[in-house]
Design a protein around this ligand. Structure first.
Ligand code: DAH
Length: 342
């Protein structure tokens, strides 16, 4: 290439460069140690003394001009690179946001948490017991000796003649009494229980209960009624009333069935309360003297009440759920309805 052409050709080439790598290649081609400019420099040796300075000055001028063009091109390409990056990182704030899937607290757990909050607020402790339980705690110490006909009320999964899946949370009463050795008690015991039932819309072989037990001096049926009224109001609404009807449980005497005024029709009568205005919600009573004695308490000094809440029943009533099996199917469409209920 002629020295006269080189600036023009280099300029064209520099302007064609699309990125910094290409520009660098071009720089090396013209200005590198083995580059074209260097090639002309080494030709100077062959020139005469007069020609050499003129030629040298010209080469240097062209070299400086190419350097300058490269510098300008480099700045432009760097700016282009930054703009490209900014463009790729740009956020369109008008786009709709991403939807994050949040989980749901299971409706049964929501009911349990609601009940726990209420009782903790009233000074209760939470007690727990094993689901694989001894016959002793599940039945015997609750005034249900072997062959007692009331054992039939609770069809039992036996593991061996003395070990079973607990049929209710009441054995935690006996365990707590044994542990507290005659001292006052205020506990609730939430947990799973098991019955040898065929599953249908209202029965399940496994369900949940919250047991309650209060022992102390001068605890009466009125205290039980006041406590359960608080539960009814918390779970079913502030306007609720309750009534007690006589019933039978081996571990309580007297025993009561507790009804809550219908939250659907406010007591006027509807399909939910079968036109009675009342809905049966739980069993309760004053702790039977036999139970107190068997578990180390003197009935002349200390007495109290107990109750057993069916968590599924409460939840079904509260939300109008008609089939208990819904709770165990893990159907997202069912569960998602309880988002933000609490
Ligand atoms: N354990 C009873 C059941 O599962 C429920 C119950 C009734 C518990 C009365 C109690 C009570 O503590 O006093 O059917």
């Amino acid at each position: 290439m002629e020295l006269e052409n080189i600036e023009l050709v280099a300029t064209e080439e520099i302007e064609k460069c699309d990125d910094l790598d290409q520009l660098n290649e071009t720089r090396v081609k013209y200005l590198g140690k083995k580059g074209l400019i260097q090639g002309f420099m080494s030709k100077m040796r062959d020139l005469s003394n007069e020609e050499r300075p003129k030629f040298g000055a010209l080469v240097n001028k062209i070299k400086a001009a190419i350097e300058e063009r490269i510098k300008i091109a480099q700045e432009k390409l760097e700016e282009k690179k930054i703009n490209k990056k900014l463009e790729s990182e740009a956020i369109d704030v008008t786009l709709p946001g991403y939807k994050f899937n949040t989980g749901v607290i299971h409706p049964l757990m929501q009911t349990i948490e609601e009940i726990e909050d209420l009782f903790i607020g009233m000074g209760y402790e939470i007690a727990e017991g094993p689901e694989v339980e001894e016959d002793l705690y599940n039945f015997e110490l609750l005034n249900l000796p072997k062959d007692h006909p009331a054992r039939d009320m609770q069809d039992t999964f036996y593991i061996n003649p003395n070990v079973l899946l607990r049929t209710h949370t009441s054995p935690v009463q006996a365990r707590t009494m044994q542990a507290k050795q005659g001292k006052p008690i205020k506990v609730i015991c939430p947990g799973k229980v098991y019955r040898r039932d065929d599953d249908d819309a209202t029965h399940s072989h496994q369900f949940m209960q919250v047991e309650g037990l209060v022992l102390g001096k001068d605890i009466s049926l009125a205290d039980l009624k006041g406590t359960l009224l608080e539960v009814a109001k918390k779970v079913f609404g502030n306007e609720r009333e309750i009534r007690l009807r006589p019933s039978f449980f081996p571990f309580t005497e007297p025993s009561v069935e507790v009804d809550v005024s219908c939250f659907k029709c406010n007591g006027k009568g509807c399909s939910i309360c079968k036109n009675s205005g009342w809905i049966e919600v739980l069993g309760a009573g004053m702790v039977n003297n036999n139970v107190l004695k068997m578990n180390g308490y003197n009935p002349d000094e200390i007495q109290g009440f107990a109750f057993g809440i069916g968590v599924e029943r409460f939840t079904m009533l509260k939300y109008g759920i008609e089939d208990i099996r819904n709770f165990y199917l893990n159907d997202q469409k069912f569960l998602n309805q309880f988002k933000g209920v609490k």
